[in-house]
Write a protein that binds this ligand. Structure first.
Ligand SMILES: CC(C)(COP(=O)(O)OP(=O)(O)OC[C@H]1O[C@@H](n2cnc3c(N)ncnc32)[C@H](O)[C@@H]1OP(=O)(O)O)[C@@H](O)C(=O)NCCC(=O)NCCS
Length: 195
């Protein structure tokens, strides 16, 4: 996806680094390549559903370049996630990824999907939920998107659980037999934030 028009004003968006309670988020640098490849591409459990094969070092570099291209285009892009601390440790990545989306009625829009991926050693601590919550907050409160889409594979239970915890609503049998599609809306997110 190379030439999407940016549909919103990016001039007021907060600049990185961004922070959550336990994480520091910032755009990848090409010098992160080796550690990003080690943490995100080597473990079968981590690539099983996305992308479904062992990514090469050059594919990781392509990803980093694509994420930074999106950052320049939209003011944000999928970014690195570090544990806060003296020696910041790369644990994963997350962000908002744009898609050209074909609707059932034949119309076509640019939508954003929230994505997240953690190195296997960092599962089971709530970091992915914290990371996804940051990006949803960013989407709804800073960018002011009306909705964010989610489309985990049905069998990717830990990813589905992250999204359910955050309030995603899923439609049945939308995309294909393996992938569920769902969304979070700005209205629901703000109502949950205020509750
Ligand atoms: C999807 C993925 C990020 C989920 O990781 P995860 O560790 O299960 O999710 P979280 O980091 O939010 O951790 C939640 C778990 O930690 C537990 N937990 C432990 N301490 C916690 C804390 N302090 N706060 C919150 N939860 C905590 C929760 O109970 C929960 O366990 P459960 O799912 O068994 O109920 C991970 O499986 C992954 O990277 N997969 C590969 C990439 C992928 O498929 N990405 C999704 C497609 S974009």
């Amino acid at each position: 996806m190379n030439n999407l028009d940016c549909p919103f004003d990016t001039s007021q968006l907060p600049e990185p680094p961004w922070f959550t309670q336990r994480l520091c988020l910032r755009p990848f640098k090409e010098t992160d390549l080796a550690i990003a490849h080690q943490v995100l591409d080597k473990d079968a459990e981590v690539w099983q559903f996305d992308p479904g094969y062992v990514p090469s070092l050059s594919e990781r570099l392509d990803n980093i370049r694509q994420y930074n291209f999106l950052r320049h285009q939209f003011g944000f892009g999928p970014s690195a996630a570090y544990l806060k601390g003296e020696s910041e440790t790369l644990i994963g990545q997350g962000g908002l990824n744009p898609y050209v989306y074909d609707h059932r009625d034949g119309s076509r829009t640019v939508e954003f999907e929230v994505m997240y991926k953690l190195g296997r050693a960092y599962w089971g601590h709530g970091y992915a939920t914290e990371l996804a919550a940051f990006w949803l907050d960013f989407a709804f409160k800073e960018v002011r998107l009306p909705q964010v889409i989610v489309c985990p594979e049905r069998a990717n239970r830990s990813s589905v659980r992250v999204l359910e915890r955050l309030g995603a609503e899923f439609e049945n049998d939308w995309l294909d037999e393996t992938t569920v599609i769902g969304q979070l809306t700005r209205a629901d997110w703000l109502a949950r934030s205020d509750a």
